[in-house]
Design a protein. Sequence first.
Length: 264
Amino acid sequence: MPDAPSARKVRLQKILAGAGIASRRKCEELIAAGRVAVNGRVARLGDKADPEKDEITVDGEPVPLSQKRVYILLNKPAGTITSVKDEHATKTVLDLLPHDLTNRYRLFPVGRLDKDSEGLLILTNDGELAHRLTHPSSKLHKTYVVAVSGSLVPGAFGKLRRGIELEDGRTLPAKVRQLDKVGDRRILRITITEGRKRQIRRMIAAVGGRVEALVRTAIGPLRDRKLSSGQWRYLTPAEVHQLYMATRLHKKHLNGGASGGEEN
């Protein structure tokens, strides 16, 4: 008689993400590429495993299932890319962190800021939280201060607030407030709940403007006006809890808590 299925078995990509290998989406790509094995057998998408009993490997290396979770807030400067590595030797956001930290933990950025953009960015090895933060269903608010030049079309703000038709579909309504205006140059504060590639730049272009500078000032409940460009700090346990609550991720997943440490 075959053994009864384990009640502790969960999706393999969820185990890998929780172990800090990468975001859940990237872990799915690893599985699809045949780089993940369970008890010596190459895994497939949809496979489940028991993290307490099964041996899970990525590229032949055992997965450290008990790795401490780390949560970092970085003020990304322009000129760096939101990636863990770059084959063209461009400076990445991980290069802004101490080597002993990045060597010890498999940290990865949550979401994206393009190379020319600045502002707040979360880095972590908590794949489950990263998945929730970036999933469209979370509708997490992200706020940007944007310098815009050019003559905007009539009713531009109303169009942005109702949603803009882009090549990859209509955007969700945005909150838009003009903070300053000199000639045809405006400073806008824009809040969106999506994370499409270069979304705000494309939205502004669609109403006749051009983004000269873009700074993300808030991610959900997270703000930090004192964090200078290029600096980073650990999130406090309270901030991590706020993110979990903002994404409706139950507190039982907070095993290990936030990694403490002094701000750099």
